[in-house]
Design a protein around this ligand. Structure first.
Ligand code: ATP
Length: 408
């Protein structure tokens, strides 16, 4: 495959040569690596379906070989950014400078014309959703031993701790889930899609659909009151941690009632002191029971209803590796999104309704009417920046329905 990669050290030369509109301010952003559309077209063989490796809410993802020989995952954002070029490049500049063993590396982007394309380090072993949790649709034969799962959980925790506590300003990922954990050749886990929220225009439905689509990972205070803090990511991490130990997704309606919702089941077995019974049977008993139960307890600590009670990610890392003892800690009941509140998430073009039965028992103290919803704390710690997501919360009473719109 022929391939080209132009990296101009000066954006002015690049813009002049390719005829796109870069003003003086944009030219000040010198660190972002820019790819031409032509190079990416060649790298992906005209964005051939044969090179398409996935489709997410943000758009299609292609595999391609860049001019320098590197294999890349090329993510074509499906709508023009609502941001100006300068804001877009500023965000890309921030994201591409974030480097950590457990984060997917963003190489650069293409911003020619209306195109907004992100170029990432390619990871050959798919996501946890497609492998460990893929069920019958698994696209790999990797056998995840206990030691591998241990390393994956600790790696993801380290990556998230880095985003939360070391990157300045802190980054709230917003969408921690199994499909956003990719595995490299050596099975080192890498978190993808961090920092993307700010790049997405308000007229894209993705931010709205992703809330509905990943509801099993959604912290109740985020789903219900739009409070987005690092604690919402920690909740998502807790769900993921339990999934990895149990080898199953958080919701499986084909299982008998009582076993369908993983978090509910984990709490139930914790109270009965039978946590070990949850560990993935595919391990054939070959695991360290003390470690596995510790991981499940950490998962429960992370998903407690009160965000304040959830440990920080750096503490989670210490708990997982045994530097902080979790056995003496009191664990309170997980927060679930409730059955009687139907969460609808609305975008300007489309309204998406979450399936009614993804909602389970609640310990969450909901306001009794939409008017009592607390909107004062929206995005209180949203270092990933504001977005234009509108939630429509629908309250269903006996005969009537009331709605309240929240902008996050
Ligand atoms: N850096 C990468 N290396 C290898 N494959 C990737 C990479 N990034 C994405 N993919 C593939 O593309 C698929 C789609 O990724 P994308 O992040 O766009 O969506 P998603 O995480 O599946 O869903 P959502 O957008 O709702 O979060 C992934 O499941 C993965 O198979």
């Amino acid at each position: 495959m022929t391939c080209f990669s132009y990296l101009f050290s000066r954006k002015e030369d690049f813009a002049r040569k390719h005829g796109f509109d870069i003003d003086d301010e944009v030219c000040g952003i010198h660190d972002v690596k820019l790819y031409t559309y032509k190079e990416l077209r060649i790298a992906t063989e005209e964005f051939s379906p044969d090179n398409k490796i996935g489709e997410g809410g943000f758009g299609s993802v292609f595999k391609g070989r860049l001019k320098d020989g590197k294999i890349a995952a090329i993510k074509v954002l499906s709508a023009e950014s609502r941001q100006g070029l300068k804001e877009f490049l500023t965000e890309i500049d921030v994201i591409s400078k974030i480097e950590h063993e457990n984060l997917v590396q963003l190489y650069g982007c293409c911003v020619e014309g209306n195109h907004r394309i992100l170029v990432y380090n390619y990871l050959e072993n798919n996501s946890l959703a497609q492998t460990l949790l893929g069920g019958r649709q698994r696209c790999s034969n990797i056998q995840f031993s206990w030691r591998m799962r241990f390393n994956i959980c600790v790696g993801v925790a380290r990556g998230l701790a880095f985003l939360h506590e070391e990157v300045r300003p802190h980054i709230v990922h917003r969408d921690i889930k199994a499909s956003n954990i990719l595995l490299g050749k050596d099975l080192i886990p890498k978190i993808s899609d961090f920092g993307l929220a700010k790049l997405i225009p308000s007229n894209m439905t993705h931010i709205s659909t992703r809330v509905a689509g990943t509801i099993g990972y959604l912290a109740p205070e985020y789903a219900i009151r739009g409070q987005l803090t690092r604690k919402a990511d920690i909740y998502g991490f807790g769900v993921l941690l339990i999934e990895i130990v149990c080898g199953r997704g958080n919701t499986n309606t084909r299982l008998p009632v009582g076993e369908q919702y993983l978090l509910e089941r984990t709490w139930d077995l914790y109270e009965r002191r039978e946590l070990v019974g949850l560990v993935d049977t595919a391990l054939n008993g070959e695991f360290d029971a003390e470690e596995a139960c510790r991981f499940l307890k950490v998962g429960l600590l992370c998903t407690q209803d009160s965000p304040k009670l959830r440990p920080s990610m750096s503490t989670v890392v210490k708990m997982l590796i045994g530097e902080v003892n979790v056995n003496d800690l009191k664990i309170t009941m997980p927060g679930f999104i409730t059955d009687f509140m139907d969460l609808k998430v609305k975008g300007p073009q489309k309204t998406t309704k979450a399936p009614a039965k993804n909602l389970i028992e609640s310990s969450y103290n909901l306001p009794s009417s939409p008017d009592q919803l607390d909107t004062s704390t929206l995005s209180s710690e949203t270092s990933a920046g504001p977005t234009a997501t509108t939630f429509t919360l629908t309250y269903e009473y006996d005969q009537s329905i009331e709605t309240k719109e929240l902008s996050v």
